[in-house]
Design a protein around this ligand. Structure first.
Ligand code: SF4
Length: 66
């Protein structure tokens, strides 16, 4: 089973908090649109992704089993 990052773009306010924690996964483009560059949660990025989940002011990020 893989775990993947999910962002609810309907409630994301593009403040870049997640990108500040782990820019390899979260990227805001020039038009303030958030992209998930790497969806898969790995042992290398897990701790920082979970930190982004915790710190997102809108609680827009979740990690889901697929
Ligand atoms: S921290 Fe949350 S609200 Fe901010 S850009 Fe990331 S997903 Fe959107």
């Amino acid at each position: 089973m893989t775990r993947k990052v999910h962002v609810d773009f309907g409630i994301c306010e593009s403040n870049g908090v997640c990108m500040g924690i782990i820019p390899e996964v979260f990227d805001l483009d020039d038009e303030d649109y958030l992209h998930v560059l790497q969806e898969e949660v790995t042992p290398e990025n897990e701790a920082q992704i979970l930190e982004a989940v915790r710190q997102c002011p809108r609680q827009a990020i979740s990690v889901e089993d697929e």
